[in-house]
Structures are given as structure tokens and as C-alpha cells.
Design a binder for this molecule. Structure first.
Ligand SMILES: Nc1ncnc2c1ncn2[C@@H]1O[C@H](COP(=O)(O)OP(=O)(O)OP(=O)(O)O)[C@@H](O)[C@H]1O
Ligand SMILES: [Mg+2]
Length: 331
């Protein structure tokens, strides 16, 4: 058995120029990713959660090689994606697929469902004719859709059905990793659970690895084995999902949990998240969370806590959490 993770992200940095200075000159840089480390094992589901603007989509785009980071590395099954040419990337791209947030915007309205699902197979010239049609039918069945829907246009489908079509298309090339960026946030709450169940079921049946991105901890909780919490371009906590929800260590994770309307029986309520979500364009000194942290110490204003070591089973980038951890381990 191979011990290399399917996906290994190390020290990922992505900055965007800030326009708006005098005469349209650059005002500086916005740090969307500030050294992200992340591992994803084969067949694993990792949930990535954090508030709007913390860098989730930027991370996904770097993992999918749609965007080049300014520093750091993205290794997929051992291959360094940031160094591959467009040509060398092509075969790797097949193994990494994406499901977008808004199926309405991501499905071509002029095409019928059958053509949408068939498109990747056609582009990669894998199958055609009757074999292609059968393959499309099977893909539709795999995502719980009736193959007769092939003849419809996306606008004739419900939101949930459209997202299933998006998933069927993503599965057409038999990827090993599926990145789902806010896969249910455009859907009615009643449909969200169905789509999340489908993702979980596909993962079990097809042995897919999943990276599920959401601003909603409730969503991530439903599907993830492991969760990474992001704050302003950094991973601030990672843990197995059940442990993260039972005993969150980073004050930011605690605050996020307090905002989820799922009371823990017998649990102590966590303090809610205070203050404005800060901007990646104007980072606070020290720990980026300190201005909103109910437990911040003087040193938190000054020193950035060390990142969670990649490959650690669990960890939090917080001096208080780290002290608590060492107390726990000596107790
Ligand atoms: N192409 C771009 N040019 C300039 N700034 C960008 C660009 N893309 C993202 N940003 C900025 O980078 C930061 C991270 O954005 P990103 O879209 O990755 O966040 P997110 O966590 O996906 O947010 P959301 O939950 O709203 O989708 C934000 O401050 C955003 O404004
Ligand atoms: Mg996003």
C-alpha cells in the first residue's frame, strides 16, 4: 500500500494585487492564502470550512490547477501540479474533477442533459455512439436520475436535479478526487441533505476522495471524516470530524460552532463570534484572529502561532490551544 497521500498541499501562498491606488496603481497585496498545508488520503472526505473570503475557493482553484500559487506546492499522487506544463496537466486533470456551487450557472443552458454529461467523454475522445449513450445513462442512474432526463434542458429540472447532473458530469472521467465547492449552498435546505447523502454514497461506492468546501459547519459535518477550519488564508484547526465537533480547540472553531443551531446535549455553550470578519487586504498583526478572540493574550497581538503540522491527526494554530494540549497530555 502506498503511503503518499492522494493530495498533499504544502506552504501554499496566493496573493492578489490590490488596485485602487492613485492613477489605478497597485495599493499593495491581498493575501488570499498564507501558507496552507493540507493532506487528503485516498477515499477520504475532508471538509474545508470557514467564513466568506477566507480563501476556500482560491485553495480549490490551486488544487485543481486552475490557478498557480505564488509559493508552495500541490502534489497529486506524487506529481507536483504547480510545475507541470498545460500539456502534462491534461491527463492529471481527468483524475481531479469539480462540482460547483450553482448548477444553474455551471451547466450550459443550450445543451440537453445528455450532451452535458457526455461532454467530458467526447472531449477526451473516450467513447462515442451507442456506447457513449449507454455510459451517459449509467452516469445519470449513478446520481439517482432517470435516464429519460437526457433529452431535457437544464432549465426544465429542479435545483437538486441540476446539481445531480453536475455531479454526473464530474464523474464521467472516473476521477479519484472530487472537489465540491459549496455544492449545496444554492439549494433549498430540504434538498441539501439529499445531495450530501449522494456525495457520501458515491464516495463509498466508487472509492472517491472528496474535498467538500462550505461556509456552513452543518454541511461539512454531514459528510466529512476530517475537517480543516480556515481563517484568513490559513488552516487554524484540523481534526477528525467527530472530535472537532465534540471538543473544538481553536477559539474560532468554537465560535463557528456556536453559530450552528445544533445544541450539544449537556454541552457548554461556546461564546459567539464577535466583531466584523476582517479583510485579507488588511491583516491584523500576530494571530489574525486576535481582534475577535475572547481569550486573546498580549502575545497573540504580536506573534503568529505556528501552523498545524501537516499530517498531524489533530491540531490548532493557537497558543492557548497548544498549552491546553500539552496540559492534557501530561494529565
Ligand atoms: N481573482 C481575484 N482577484 C482579487 N482578489 C481575489 C480574487 N479571487 C479571490 N480574491 C480575494 O481573495 C480572498 C479569498 O477569496 P476566496 O474566493 O478564495 O474566498 P472563499 O473562502 O471561497 O469565500 P466564499 O465563502 O465567499 O466563497 C477574498 O478576500 C477575495 O476577495
Ligand atoms: Mg468560495
Amino acid at each position: 500500500m502506498s503511503t503518499t497521500p492522494l493530495l498533499a498541499v504544502r506552504g501554499l501562498v496566493r496573493r492578489y494585487p490590490l488596485a485602487g491606488g492613485a492613477l489605478g496603481r497597485r495599493r499593495g497585496w491581498l493575501a488570499a492564502l498564507r501558507g496552507v498545508d493540507l493532506d487528503l488520503e485516498r477515499g477520504e472526505c475532508l471538509g474545508l470550512v470557514g467564513e466568506s473570503g477566507c480563501g476556500k475557493t482560491t485553495l480549490a482553484r490551486c488544487v485543481l490547477a486552475l490557478e498557480r500559487p505564488d509559493a508552495g506546492s500541490v502534489r497529486f499522487d506524487g506529481a507536483e501540479l504547480t510545475r507541470l506544463s498545460a500539456r502534462a496537466l491534461r491527463p492529471v486533470r481527468r483524475r481531479l474533477q469539480v462540482v460547483f456551487q450553482d448548477p444553474h450557472a455551471s451547466l450550459d443552458p443550450r445543451l440537453r442533459v445528455g450532451a452535458i454529461v457526455a461532454e467530458p467523454l467526447r472531449i477526451h475522445r473516450l467513447v462515442r455512439g451507442a456506447v457513449l449513450r449507454r455510459r451517459v445513462d449509467t452516469l445519470l442512474e449513478t446520481v439517482g436520475l432517470d435516464p429519460t432526463l437526457s433529452a431535457r434542458h437544464p432549465h426544465a429540472l429542479s435545483g437538486g436535479q441540476r446539481q445531480r447532473v453536475g455531479i454526473a458530469r464530474a464523474l464521467a472521467l472516473e476521477p479519484e478526487l472530487l472537489v465540491a465547492d459549496e455544492p449545496v449552498s444554492a439549494l433549498d435546505v430540504s434538498v441539501q441533505a439529499q445531495i450530501l447523502n449522494l456525495l457520501g454514497e458515491l464516495r463509498r461506492r466508487l472509492g472517491l476522495a472528496l474535498l467538500v468546501i462550505s461556509h456552513d459547519l452543518g454541511v461539512v459535518r454531514q459528510v466529512s471524516d476530517r475537517v480543516a477550519v480556515m481563517y484568513l488564508g490559513r488552516v487554524v484547526e484540523t481534526a477528525p470530524a467527530d472530535e472537532l465537533f465534540a471538543t473544538p480547540r481553536h477559539p474560532y472553531t468554537r465560535a463557528l460552532l456556536a453559530a450552528v443551531p445544533l445544541p450539544e446535549p449537556g454541552g457548554v455553550p461556546h461564546p459567539p463570534l464577535a466583531g466584523e470578519p476582517p479583510s485579507a487586504a488588511a491583516l491584523p498583526s500576530g494571530c489574525a484572529f486576535h481582534p475577535r478572540c475572547p481569550a486573546a493574550l498580549a502575545e497573540c497581538r504580536r506573534d503568529e502561532p505556528p501552523p498545524v503540522p501537516p499530517g498531524a491527526r489533530r491540531g490548532a494554530a493557537c497558543v492557548l490551544a497548544m498549552r491546553q494540549e500539552s496540559l492534557d497530555s501530561t494529565a
